[in-house]
Design a protein around this ligand. Sequence first.
Ligand code: COA
Length: 704
Amino acid sequence: MESKVLDGLMRPKSIAIIGASTDPTKIGYTVVNNIIKGGYEGSIYPVNPKADEILGLKSYKSLQEIPGEVDAAVITVPSKFVLEVVDEAGKKGVKGLIIITSGFGEVGNKELEATVVAKAHEYGMRILGPNIVGTLSNSEKLNASFAPLLPLPGKGALVSQSGALLIAMDMATFTRRVGFEKLISIGNMSDVDFADLVEWLDKDETTSCITLYIEGIKDGRKFMNAAKKATKPVIALKAGVSAHGAAAAASHTGSLAGAAKVYGAAFQQAGVVQATDLGNLFDLSLALSLQPPMKGDNLVIITNGGGVGVLATDAAERFDLPLKFAPKDVQEELKKHMPVFGSAKNPVDLTGMAGYDWYHDSTKFVFSHDWADGLVVLYCETAMTEPMEIAQGIKKALDESGMLGKKPVTVSFVGGDKSEKAMQWLVENEIPAYGAPDLAVHAISALREYDRMKEIISEPEETITTANKEIALKAIKAARDDGRDSLTEIEAKQVFSAYGLPVTTTYLAKSEEDAIKLAKEIGFPIVMKIVSPDILHKSDAGGVKVNIKDEAGCRDAYKTILTNAKAYKADANIHGVAIQEMAPWGTEVILGSVNDSTFGPTMMFGLGGIFVEVLKDVTFRVAPVSKKSALRMISEIRGAPILAGVRGEAPRDRVKLSETISSYAQMIVDLSEEISESDANPVLVYEEGKGLKVADARIILKKK
Ligand code: COA
């Protein structure tokens, strides 16, 4: 049902333009003109209170006058008239509205926007926009927008949150020679959002790949679910990753969780391929709309020049697809299909003499061989060869291999006009071709990354069952009852402990005598820390003493800590001093969380101490996090070898660590209504089989 309504919006059999105009300077004129020029074959109904005819078409005074059904209505009247027009459209039985008009949520007019959406929903209509350029589809020959032309035809769809950029990209399809089947301007996303379009485009037969230019997503989880379910590649370019979230963070994790990290994690978890910039957005769209995913790591590069071969080899390593030599027998066989003075290693170097035949034969052999999972063919223009002939040789070989569509291939020609023409011909024949070797490698690596992500998504998720949410909520309630929005270390450890996190034994001493008694109970050596909701950074306040070996030391530390705390913040509310077991040395890591405004509870993991402070060597996942996914987090940070065991050090207990990350993630999901940010830092990780200890804990609550 839902998708039928969107069909009416995206593939209308009839379209009305409300606010159509005879004045060529108006958007209402341009839209009618574009629809006619584009060759749309459905019924076109201009609506204008005064005109009888617009651009040779009969014009209607109102929607009600239109004799036939109207699937979609493009609205180009000023914002103050939009609500009334939406009501009329509803009465007429219009299915979808393309609201080009600006002046809604984007300028603070949120109430009007919400009212318009509510009115449309009363009639079961969906809205694209407002504040959009419109929508364009080559297969429908429909340019329902004020962008000048339908884009160069291609197989992918491009959805853009920026209208101006959509028009610019429309024009750029001709200069970059990367076509699109559809361009959709999504604007304020008052109703139809990225998730709705991903879902709809995934079912749309004319779309092979979905490319998104994103400034901000409203409902992160809805988007992730739609992208995860998509059977076609989804590519996203996220703009505005530089200054999000980092402000006003009270935890380490909060200060590290910028949009780049959290969106990056969400995209990865949802199987969305991330484009790095506009150029890359086009490059990846070309490859992912034309070629299938790469299902293994064996990439072969064929070249006629050492230089481009080396550049491509470097790129392959940079994009996580390092080259391997083919097995000896494959190399021996390959030698029969290339010049004797060439190299059958990887890159396969045909040398500068190689013409049609060698390109054809080696390409056919490699692409049809089981060992190769993907192929990049490079060519440097030479005086002895014709680029178009080489292109034709490559294409013929690919066709004859019978493997086109089963494994991916990309091509790069470096040269002049002839090379450009040859590449254009290749693209027209659905072989992605690029002007530089690293671009061809980047594109094929995206096809590999896409396959890897999809495989991970298909893994079953294990859930944690040992949690005791009630105990955790009790500790949180104690802080709330006390009027606080941060937990003391002792309370935070109670919450962690309720989720099975192994915290260091910690008691609260309210007097020196208390401290001695508790220290003896724990056993020396001990750690002592100030407990005050007003002192979050305890070390900065001189509020932490470690390795206290005896009673005298304990008395001394008690006095010093209180004196330092008072000097640091005279009016601090001091609960007492925490007496803690001194955990033996282990590798320091940090676990933490933020409650991201788009994606909700999100988990962070990284090496602790200087690594987190200076190198920011951390990784994120939108929670929950399965144990397998947690193991991947552990192995993807730069410092992973430290945990794997370097220089004779025993490997650390990564299994226990992965379980702890997974439990922590479950905790932030269960308590997402309560916890805003949190850190377990440091967490000391011991040798394999010996577990870990959470030595310090911080939880900041959501403000209520
Ligand atoms: N039904 C049908 N037509 C109506 C109408 C109604 N209820 N109310 C007004 N109209 C007609 C007007 O008479 C006019 O036609 P005319 O030229 O024959 O007089 C036409 O609709 C347009 O109205 P007008 O008042 O002239 O507005 P405009 O064309 O100057 O501006 C918008 C209208 C929508 C273009 C403008 O408000 C706007 O939002 N511009 C920004 C759009 C934009 O950039 N969007 C994308 C951002 S990325």
